[in-house]
Unconditional design. Structure first.
Length: 509
């Protein structure tokens, strides 16, 4: 066995031939890392790290198996929320032999899809079953990206569990792992089924409605239909859109703080344009994946940062609000990136000290204000279920013009998106779009369309927790988790955060 690193394979060349030339004893190999280097469009190539074997086939993959906890009466845990943080916390607890259960306000993914379809086609938003709430959380109706910038010993375990429940093995080695919305729904469904069948019940349509507190503990949670859930520990993984839950925490005196976030729009281009811009003359080569991009800009005058976020090649723009009267959009793509459009969030840093200095309550109010304005411009333009949109060029020139085609599931309506954000943020956004057009000529071209608003990139609230034990400093059996609590920024990091909390609970036994 040998490990070969930094193997450069040009488009059209054979990785196998290259590997066997470097290791003459090699009869099989396994890819450990794969990335694409397209910095020089004339010499685009893949870069690999592989493990070689003298056997005809690689040995089977060995996945990590956590050790079971021992004891006659292990503490019980109720997990609030069945998004990535909640489900991975429950999975880790279950595999460690710790008794647990999950309560989720939304529905299983199949039923949830029916409610979401009504939202997209008729504008009907189910308060507990929508793009943000339900089995798998908001990540189930996203791009299925598993990219993360965090460093954690639990990342490999998290990726292995995705593969275990049906994700393609390539996510273990790709530089930009992606499952796709169509596949991640099946993965999450199998994970939930495993929990249910192995002693961790998942209670759907069970919204945490009341929290009963003692002096320093959460005593029980009461659901909307008056069911009581009592356990030794509670993991709060309610997601970034559970504003009702966070307002309940504020009222109870659970320590929380405002945090800076990012908001903006979702821009869409033809995928062919992105491919040509990134790959040049060889953009149609069969060895090339659909292209993406990553752009950043720091506005010197205001000090505001603007950057691309959650780029979805071959994807769709989706209305994604969880509350009536508010307009929110997100991006999604399936595993095959089959849509002729590419979209990305283009978001502005919203500084907490400037825009909501009074704390977390004001942070939620600021987010609600922007989303309400976005819905109001639709009504003003005579729309109902459509998403407010404007060509990038028209936005820069402050005019409302005709729109081209869009992937948006509910249709789009021309508006002036300058009416939504405060003028200072709008100005920084315009400067960034001009900057991006210089970096990628055509970014502000005739077919580029902005959709409003991308406002749920993360939670504007953080539920404070101890840096070591990961529990609330005031209510010691409450463990804030994931994106909604302010401790993650995507599917993988949320899953990892849930696992960290599960391990913290285990270590205290």
């Amino acid at each position: 066995m040998a490990t070969l690193t930094n193997i450069k394979v040009m488009l059209g060349d054979s990785l196998e031939a290259k590997v066997k030339k470097l290791d003459e004893t090699c009869k099989s190999y396994r890819i450990l890392k794969k990335s694409l280097d397209a910095r020089n469009k004339r010499r685009i190539h893949h870069v690999y790290t592989v493990e070689t074997f003298a056997s005809k086939t690689p040995p089977p993959l060995e996945f990590e198996k956590p050790e079971k906890m021992k004891g006659d009466k292990l503490p019980t845990t109720t997990v609030i929320g069945a998004g990535p943080a909640g489900l991975f916390a429950a999975l880790r607890l279950l595999e460690r032999g710790m008794p647990c259960q999950v309560i989720e306000r939304g529905k299983p993914v199949t039923e949830r899809m029916r409610d979401i379809s009504k939202h997209w086609k008729k504008g009907e938003i189910h308060p507990d079953s929508n793009v943000c709430f339900g089995e798998g959380g908001a990540g189930t109706f996203s791009d299925g990206k598993l990219i993360t910038r965090i460093k954690s010993p639990f990342i490999n375990y998290t990726m292995q569990q995705f593969v275990r429940f049906g994700a393609p093995e390539e996510i273990l080695y790709l530089a930009n792992p992606h499952v796709g919305s169509n596949k991640i729904r099946k993965v999450i469904n199998l994970l939930t089924k495993y929990l249910n069948e192995n002693g961790c019940p998942v209670h759907f349509e069970t919204r945490a409605d009341k929290f009963i507190w003692s002096e320093n503990r959460l005593e029980k949670v009461i659901s909307k239909d008056e069911k009581e859930f009592v356990s030794d520990n509670y993991i709060l993984a309610a997601g970034h859109s559970a504003h009702d839950v966070y307002k309940s925490l504020f009222a109870a005196g659970v320590p929380c703080e405002a945090k800076s976030m990012a908001m903006g729009f979702r821009v869409e281009h033809p995928q062919v344009w992105v491919n040509e811009a990134q790959y040049g003359e060889r953009w149609e080569h069969e060895d090339l994946p659909v292209a993406n991009y990553k752009l950043t800009c720091h506005d010197k005058g205001s000090g505001i940062g603007v950057y691309s976020f959650c780029m979805c090649p071959g994807g769709f723009v989706l209305p994604s609000s969880a509350q009536p009267g508010r307009m929110v959009v997100n991006g999604m793509s399936n595993y095959n990136h089959g849509s002729p459009f590419a979209n990305s969030g283009i978001v502005i840093t919203i500084d907490k000290d400037k825009w909501y200095p009074k704390g977390p309550e004001q942070a939620l109010e600021f987010q609600e204000m922007i989303e309400t304005r976005a819905q109001e411009v639709v009504k003003k333009a005579g729309g109902t279920i459509e998403v407010p949109a404007q060509k990038v060029g028209d936005f820069i020139k402050n005019r409302v013009g005709k729109l081209g085609k869009s992937s948006c599931t509910s249709g789009i309506i021309p508006v002036n998106l300058r009416e939504i954000y405060p003028k200072e943020l709008t100005k920084a956004f315009i400067n960034a779009l001009k900057n991006f057009n210089r970096k990628m000529p055509g970014f502000s071209g005739e077919e580029a369309i902005l959709h409003g608003v991308e406002s749920r990139t993360s939670s504007p609230v953080r539920v404070i927790r101890d840096s070591k034990e990961l529990n609330s400093p005031k209510f010691t059996n409450l463990y804030p988790a994931g994106e909604g609590a302010g401790f993650a920024g995507g599917i993988t990091s949320a899953g990892v955060d849930g696992i960290r909390i599960a391990e913290s609970i285990c270590y205290q036994v």
